[in-house]
Design a protein around this ligand. Structure first.
Ligand code: MRU
Length: 356
């Protein structure tokens, strides 16, 4: 795995985060020791990406507990602070799931919470490596054992996780087998997670890539320049509907029109079985300034409003395969309803096994 990228680390008295807002220009870390700083870091995308948010949320409970000790909070104030971490961003289910997983251990003390949060982190790295291997195997099986041109959207790499990455984990595994000719990286508006983060990771790994405007992606796909698209997910409903970074739906529609497989690579911690379909996914609306300004300079006439949803939902029937750490779930063409039920059943089984 990529040992150099540590997005989230417990220092013993706080949470050390790789500051993703200043990449690729600067590689800097911040250490957060209180809840307000953590919530701010999550909202500003210092730490981002569904699995990384899950890990940050789990350690965030320890941050809150230590602050409670220092400042003499009662249990109600601690619970309220933990809930603020849980709700800092709404779309990625991993954040709430990470908090919920360690919350029952609050009465057992900080050490128990930190140990469980570290388990969330370690499981994520292991899971990503399994996702990468399974995704690469599925793609080469489906498309033939040859070099491939891959398109990806946003950043679902080591930076978005505890290490290795989901969609980029698949790309890394393909590259390790000498099967990557080119990765088309959507720049990913409005915060350029593709240009700033995915291209940074790919360049460091020596994987050939080209950044393109988000608006170029459907044309790249329909012109036959991409053999497969691989994306991550922030929340997958029980029927397979997949919420991911805004612009993913355009990629999915183009893939369906062109007959190009769309692979969603995500851990089971991103599957939300409580949600029957994608209509219930809470979509984060980001600050207007991200759309109305560029580097602090206004780019829109005065008085014009912004519409800035951070995520969209791709219907399950546009997803060719969902690859998790337990392997691929293939959605066969024309079989959407039954395939969705199969995905939900498999998800329930895997989640059950993971809980045991
Ligand atoms: O707003 P972000 O940068 O947190 O959005 C991230 C994404 O949409 C990723 O594709 C998703 O979280 C999967 S990360 C493995």
């Amino acid at each position: 795995m990529d040992n150099e990228v540590r997005t989230v680390e417990w220092t013993g008295d706080g949470l050390r985060l790789l500051d993703q807002t200043v990449l690729p220009g600067r590689v800097e870390h911040v250490v957060v020791r209180d809840v307000a700083a953590l919530v701010d870091a999550i909202r500003r995308l210092v730490v981002r990406g569904a699995p990384a948010l899950g890990v940050a949320g789990a350690f965030g409970v320890a941050v809150a507990m230590r602050q409670a000790d220092r400042e003499g909070w009662g249990r109600a104030a601690l619970d309220e602070a933990i809930s603020r971490v849980r709700e800092a961003r709404p779309t990625a289910v991993n954040l709430a799931a990470g908090v919920d997983r360690v919350r029952p251990l609050v009465t057992a003390g900080v050490a128990a919470v930190v140990a469980e949060a570290q388990a969330v982190l370690d499981e994520d790295v292991r899971g990503n490596q399994a996702i990468g291997a399974a995704g690469a195997a599925w793609i080469l099986d489906r498309l033939g054992d040859r070099t491939l041109r891959v398109l990806t959207h946003c950043n679902a790499g080591a930076l978005a996780t505890a290490g290795w990455g989901t969609a980029l984990g698949v790309v890394r595994a393909l590259h390790a087998r000498g099967r990557v000719e080119m990765v088309y990286v959507d720049e990913t508006r409005p915060l350029l997670q593709g240009s700033r983060l995915t291209a940074w990771e790919l360049a460091r790994a020596g994987i050939p890539c080209a950044v393109q405007a988000d608006g170029a992606a459907p044309s790249t796909i329909l012109r036959g320049l991409a053999d497969v698209a691989v994306i991550g997910a922030d929340r997958i409903a029980a029927n397979g509907d997949t919420a991911n970074k805004i612009g993913s739906l355009g990629v999915a529609l183009a893939c369906a029109a062109a007959g190009v497989p769309l692979v969603v690579a995500a851990p089971w911690s991103t599957v939300d079985l409580a949600l029957p379909d994608g209509r219930g996914v809470p979509i984060e609306e980001r600050p207007a300034a991200e759309i109305l300004t560029w580097n602090g300079v206004p780019t829109v006439p005065d008085g014009v409003a912004a519409h800035n949803p951070a995520f969209d939902v791709t219907p399950a029937h546009l997803v060719t395969a969902l690859v998790t750490e337990t392997g691929p779930l293939e959605v066969a063409a024309g079989e959407t309803p039954s395939a969705a039920r199969a995905a939900a059943r498999a998800a329930a089984g895997a989640a059950h096994r993971l809980r045991e």
